[in-house]
Ligand binder design. Sequence first.
Ligand SMILES: [Zn+2]
Length: 97
Amino acid sequence: MTEPSITCPKCLRTSYNINDVKHQYCGACHEFHDVIRAEFIMNNKTIQVTKKKAMGKMLTYPECANAHIFARMVRATTLSPRNLKLIEELGYKVEVK
Ligand SMILES: [Zn+2]
């Protein structure tokens, strides 16, 4: 039987503390794992998209979590050339998969 444990995505410390496991908390970083993960996503300045032809038009679909966040912000399922330009202006690199 293995003891329940959690490994922090930031400092990679493994904790066997029952409360840490239960709350998904890192005692070394003093942060909850979902907060750490959200920071990771926002700090990764790459946007991954795929281009697909639909109804005679080339559409850009979000691929990674960051791209989905942007699509949600513009309330669309695809990213327009204007959106992509804005994303690049914000300092993100658009990567077509
Ligand atoms: Zn940690």
